[in-house]
Design a protein around this ligand. Sequence first.
Ligand SMILES: [Zn+2]
Length: 283
Amino acid sequence: MRAIVLVLAICLAWPASAEAVKYRFGAAKQASSQQAESHGSYAKGCLAGGAELAVTGDSWQAMRLSRNRNWGHPELIAFIGRLGTKAQSIGWDGLLVGDLSQPRGGPMTSGHQSHQIGLDADIWMRPGYAKKLTRNERENIGSFTVTTGDHMAVNNRWTDSHGQVLKAAASDPAVARIFVHAAIKDQLCQTVGDDRGWLRKIRPWWGHNAHFHVRLSCPAGTVGCFDQAPPPAGDGCDATLSWWFSDEARNPKPDPNAPKKPARRQLVLADLPQACEGVLAAQ
Ligand SMILES: [Zn+2]
């Protein structure tokens, strides 16, 4: 009898704890009414007291509103405003802003692995519009890529302003790193002059030719928010960048003898910091 009760108890407890927690975070339509705090790390965490990025700001427009991913730590919302103002002074008609985080952060039902703690933002390579876009336009207008078809260089959509906006973003003290396509990093390496310190934060990564991804550091004084290790010293215009253009990187050949990698497991609530349970439960 005791065994039956035990089995029954396990069965009842199992589905909730083993369920992919992305559905619970994806279903949260509003931020938690808590003090703003990023819990955990960029790809394993959540966001308390998230702030909503206004869908239309003085210097930005949020895109793909149906996704409800225009939420972030207040520091991220403030950063978008700062960068938007600088971008306008460079001659962009404002930023087109893609995904930030869900209202309570956490794993997403589709797309990104990171963007979980309200400190990541995707900003389109396509400059903004002087006119206010309709909701419908924000669903249907796409960004454009600034790299060539063979992904070895930037294409004719790349402008000096792109470089200046990336420089403005990387020079912001709140920013930890920015992910761009390797061809974009290479373009910057070749064209910027002696003022190169900011290049350290510009990091080559797959994709990222139609948007750049800004990652802020954990806000000062926060406990339980975990920064990534800082980028290596130097401007990164070196062999680590050349690797991205190598045959090994461009045409990876799987080793038939390598042990098979297990499929990535879906995150469950227990994988996240304990505070995330409270974030889900809060009003
Ligand atoms: Zn991103």
